[in-house]
Design a protein around this ligand. Structure first.
Ligand code: DC
Length: 225
């Protein structure tokens, strides 16, 4: 069994576009905690591999060799920002080519293993809200609260299309493809943790979801004291 993190950890796992990043930011702001955005770590790795011209994205050695230098730095709001050396415009990370490559490199067990310690170390400095696909199942199995965030594919497609300025049906199709890859891979697939608390963001407001999550976290913190 893994040793518990020294500070409280809350995890949010869920599909692409489910709203977990927004929710993680809001929850962290309400509590004064940091955010560990694990998806950005995989996106940074994918971006580095594409930049370096790695031809075979299934070669974990080549992909890891192209990993840009990264570290976490708190911003003014206390959120943990992943600093990616050599990347001037972070918007690049949400482009379809990078999203697609991120989902591919995230399927490689050696890659996941290499990023594990970096992600766990983020909990050493203070309390965090960790969001991704395997935060509650693999990275922090002893988290105080594990949320599983979901939303209908149609709603997720609309959100992603608004973000990228593309057509909603195309965005939904790409999301469905990435979900299928994230859920069917052998290494740490996206799974609902057994003891998860569900949040469906399809028609609930961000404020309502945040209030629900924060109340649940405060309840568990009080019980743990
Ligand atoms: O959350 P996101 O869309 O930024 O994640 C990008 C990709 O990284 C996604 O296809 C799945 C992968 N990922 C993962 O496998 N494990 C995580 N903890 C976070 C992201």
């Amino acid at each position: 069994m893994d040793a518990p993190a020294p500070h409280p950890v809350v995890t949010l796992d869920g599909t692409s576009g489910s709203g977990k990043s927004t929710l993680a930011q809001r929850i962290a702001a309400a509590l004064g905690w940091s955010v560990l955005d694990t998806g950005t770590l995989y996106r940074a790795l994918a971006w580095g591999a594409l930049q370096a011209g790695v031809e075979d994205l299934a070669s974990s050695a080549d992909v890891l060799a192209a990993m840009p230098v990264t570290h976490f730095r708190p911003n003014a709001q206390g959120a943990s920002i992943l600093v990616i050396e050599g990347l001037a415009d972070r918007a690049v990370l949400t482009r379809d080519a990078v999203s697609d490559a991120a989902s591919r490199v995230a399927a490689l067990p050696e890659v996941r293993q290499a990023l594990l310690a970096l992600q766990r170390d983020a909990a050493l400095a203070g309390p965090i809200v960790a969001e991704g696909r395997d935060c509650g199942t693999v990275i922090f199995p002893q988290a105080l609260v594990k949320f599983f965030v979901s939303a209908d594919l149609e709603a997720r497609g609309l959100r992603r299309a608004a973000q990228l300025g593309t057509a909603a049906p195309d965005a939904a199709e790409r999301l469905a493809q990435r979900d299928a890859r994230d859920q069917s891979r052998a290494s740490a697939p996206l799974e609902r943790p057994q003891d998860a608390v569900d949040i469906d963001t399809t028609s609930a407001s961000v404020e309502a979801c945040t209030a629900f999550a924060v109340a649940k976290i405060r309840e568990r913190l009080a019980r743990a004291r």
